[in-house]
Design a protein around this ligand. Sequence first.
Ligand SMILES: O=C[C@H](O)[C@@H](O)CC(=O)C(=O)O
Ligand SMILES: [Zn+2]
Length: 276
Amino acid sequence: MNYRFEASRKEVSTFTNQELRDHFLVENIFEANQIHLTYSIYDRMIIGGAMPVLGEIKLPNPEKLKANYFLERRELGIINVGGPGIVKADGQSFEISKLSAVYLGKGTQDVSFSSVSANEPAQFYLLSSPAHAIYPNEKLDRENVVTVNVGSLENSNHRTIYKYIHQDGIQSCQLVMGLTILEPGSIWNTMPAHVHDRRMEAYLYFDVKPGQAVLHLMGETKETKHIWVQNHQAVISPPWSIHSGAGTQNYSFIWGMAGENKDYTDMDFSEITELR
Ligand SMILES: O=C[C@H](O)[C@@H](O)CC(=O)C(=O)O
Ligand SMILES: [Zn+2]
């Protein structure tokens, strides 16, 4: 498991492109038959991916957690962005196709991942935050997810927000998770930009078409920075940072947060004309 420590606002404002990438970009999420995990010190979120091709892969118990098992003091949100796959949790089996999700609560001991077909491997995106209470393990199929249609083609930000784990959805201790799909011709996510000092956020960009990329924006409103992000790469957003992006074409991304509250609408917006 990789570690990503904090960087101050002042420090970030002086970062070179490479330093910015080293701190905030997670390049390796999905690798055949592997689980990759990155531990961010921001709200102690673990960001990762599991891509089983042949057989099962187990959720490990990284030494750094000093736990008896991964979910001893944590909860886990899983969204599949690949082919149909199976999540096994203490003997219970959840089959999920693309864009369906599973929540696993604190106390779940044995977790493993497999694909229905090696020709179309599942790609499970993983987000885990510390948990103090047990909430039931649950699956949510894509067709049952609460959606909100926002933005407009005129503003190049027409998109649908799918909310999975949040105040009024799957219950969790602090994890909030969902995804956003941009319509063809729309490229901007989260514009007007916002911050929520109360929660960190992480993004996984997916369904970025071959040859295309996303310009992810971060930093303070008056000191913005950018990172070019490829398909299936993730970015970590500190609680004080904006998180927004413009693609060279439409794309999708999974967002996830942890912190003070699970209120999706708790955002402090910036005026677009205030951005620097
Ligand atoms: O705090 C919420 C997150 O930043 C995202 O859900 C925003 C988003 O998906 C969008 O506006 O496109
Ligand atoms: Zn946000």
